[in-house]
Structure formats: structure tokens, C-alpha cells
Design a protein around this ligand. Structure first.
Ligand SMILES: C[S@@+](CC[C@H](N)C(=O)[O-])C[C@H]1O[C@@H](n2cnc3c(N)ncnc32)[C@H](O)[C@@H]1O
Length: 281
């Protein structure tokens, strides 16, 4: 059942408005993937849109690879945005059944328009809430959530739902902004102070889950951890580009929120992690 409650995602309103106005720079940057970039060597980042687009594709690949993606699998991408991860999988692999799920029908419409199957793959885009998955038990080899779990109503419910729809031995791979445990009280304080400005840009965001909380959640859900990789440093070149685009589009408050996220990431207080899990047999 689709949760009909409208989810506020102001940055997607801004993106769609920019796309409609024909902002080609914005379309090239966030028309397919809407997440941070991954640079194997961050010193090589040149600040260009093309460089960022490659880095965004690389981030998707890192997450999918952490989930052990392979030809012939049935994959569910939760919070699929404009379909970038599904497109990437369809380009790289064959004979897959690929499903993108999103709460926002506007994004799904764009995904359906721009992502066509290749390599004997099948693709479908479905509206739904990642915490109430409209799929049968034991139906997927891999469940993905690329840079979106912080929006979901509950990480616990999402993990339970991912576990339910995965086949035994199936995998869950995500990436998320994870605070250092020691700094969590400071982060919570900062989150409260910054809440209005962050929610005006990014909507509801919960970045309170530490690595320890993830470990406990995985264990109680019935997952075994496979990958815990800190890629914070590899994502940092995202910030200057994002701030520039936000300022050029007149979203000064958004640029300020991004600057705060950059600051706490550079200090190592907020880390960018790739995490993957196997459903216990
Ligand atoms: C930062 S975007 C990432 C999009 C995509 N995964 C990507 O990497 O390009 C976050 C996504 O989460 C989606 N989302 C937010 N809450 C959701 C929910 N409860 N269920 C499904 N998708 C949700 C948003 O609509 C948005 O597409």
C-alpha cells in the first residue's frame, strides 16, 4: 500500500524547478544521480560538472559492489531518485530484474522517461514507502538504499522490510552519513539548532545513527555485516561544487546548510559510510 502522506523534499522541488527552466548544468549534475560523488583520489577532483558526474556514478558502483551485485540478480533499489542506480546496473550487468522504488511520483516519472533497459535486463519503477515494501517475502537477491535511509520514517522498519523481502543469503547495501559516537550529543545539539535550515533544504533528515547503532540493528534484524567502509575523504570534493550550484541558483540558505555539513565532515565528526549486510540463512 502506498503511503499517501506527502513527503517534503524541498531540494527535489528545487531540482525539478531548475530542470523545468532548462538549467543544463543542474541537469548534468543531478539529472540522473542525486547523491555525493566518490573520488578514489580526491586530489584529482577538478570542480567540473563532468568530473562530478563521473564521481557520482562511481559512488553508486561502490555501493552496488559492496552488495555483491552480479549478472542475473533480482535487485530492489529503495529511494531510487531519478533512476541513476538502476541505469548504472543495467549498463554494467545483464539478465537482471531491476526494481526502483520511490515515495515521490515526480521522480518516478522522470526515471521511467530516461532509464531504458539494456543487456536483456527488465526494469520497473514503483511508487512506495521503503518502510512498507509492496513485495513478497524472499523475493530479491540484493536491496539497495543509496544515500536515502536518513529520510526514511524508521531505519529499524526499513531493515526489517529489507530482511523480509530478501532471499536467504541475500544482501543489503547502503550508504549513509554516520556521526562519530563520541560526538553524537554534540551532533544532536547542532541538529536541533540547525533543524529549520536543514529541513528547509533537505526535508526530514535523521543523522543520529552511529556505527554501533547500525551494528546492533543489523544483529537484531538477522543480518551479518559484510562491509563497513569509511569513504568520507573520497566524498569531500562534492561540497564546493554543491555550494556553488546552490548559490548560483539563489538558494543561499541551502548553501549554508551544505557548508555546515562540509565543516563537520572535514572535522571527521560526520562520516560517510558504505555498509553492507547478508541475510542470515
Ligand atoms: C538523496 S536522494 C537519493 C536518490 C537516489 N538513491 C540516488 O542516489 O540518486 C533520497 C531519495 O530518497 C527518497 N525517499 C525519501 N523517503 C522515502 C521513503 N520513505 N520511501 C522511499 N523513498 C524515499 C526520495 O524521494 C529521494 O529519491
Amino acid at each position: 500500500m502506498v503511503n499517501n502522506q506527502k513527503v517534503e523534499l524541498p531540494y527535489f522541488d528545487q531540482l525539478l524547478e531548475g530542470f523545468n527552466q532548462g538549467n543544463t548544468e543542474l541537469i548534468k549534475t543531478f539529472g540522473l544521480h542525486v547523491h555525493w560523488g566518490y573520488w578514489a583520489n580526491p586530489n584529482t577532483a577538478d570542480g567540473s560538472i563532468d568530473d562530478f558526474a563521473t564521481a557520482a556514478e562511481n559512488l553508486t558502483r561502490r555501493v552496488c559492489d559492496a552488495g555483491g551485485v552480479a549478472d542475473g540478480q533480482k535487485v530492489l533499489d529503495c529511494g531510487c531518485g531519478f533512476g541513476g542506480t538502476i541505469a548504472s546496473l543495467s549498463d554494467r550487468f545483464s539478465n537482471m530484474q531491476l526494481t526502483g522504488l520511490n515515495i515521490d511520483p515526480r521522480q518516478l516519472a522522470r526515471a521511467r522517461e530516461q532509464v531504458q533497459p539494456r543487456n536483456h535486463n527488465q526494469i520497473e519503477f514503483i511508487q512506495g514507502d521503503a518502510c512498507q515494501l509492496p513485495f513478497a517475502d524472499n523475493s530479491f537477491d540484493l536491496v539497495l538504499a543509496v544515500e536515502c535511509i536518513f529520510h526514511f520514517p524508521s531505519r529499524q522498519r526499513f531493515f526489517q522490510e529489507a530482511w523480509r523481502v530478501l532471499k536467504p543469503g541475500g544482501k543489503l547495501a547502503i550508504c549513509d552519513f554516520v556521526p562519530l559516537k563520541f560526538f553524537r550529543p554534540l551532533m544532536n545539539m547542532a541538529a536541533n539548532l540547525l533543524e529549520p535550515s536543514v529541513s528547509n533544504t533537505y526535508g526530514k533528515v535523521d543523522s543520529s545513527f552511529t556505527l554501533d547503532t547500525y551494528r546492533q540493528l543489523a544483529q537484531t534484524t538477522g543480518f551479518t555485516s559484510i562491509v563497513e567502509e569509511d569513504i568520507t575523504i573520497n566524498t569531500l570534493p562534492t561540497y564546493p561544487l554543491l555550494k556553488r550550484l546552490q548559490r548560483e541558483s539563489g538558494y543561499e540558505q541551502s548553501a549554508n546548510s551544505t557548508a555546515v555539513a562540509e565543516w563537520i565532515s572535514r572535522l571527521g565528526i560526520l562520516r560517510y559510510l558504505i555498509l553492507s549486510y547478508r541475510k542470515n540463512l
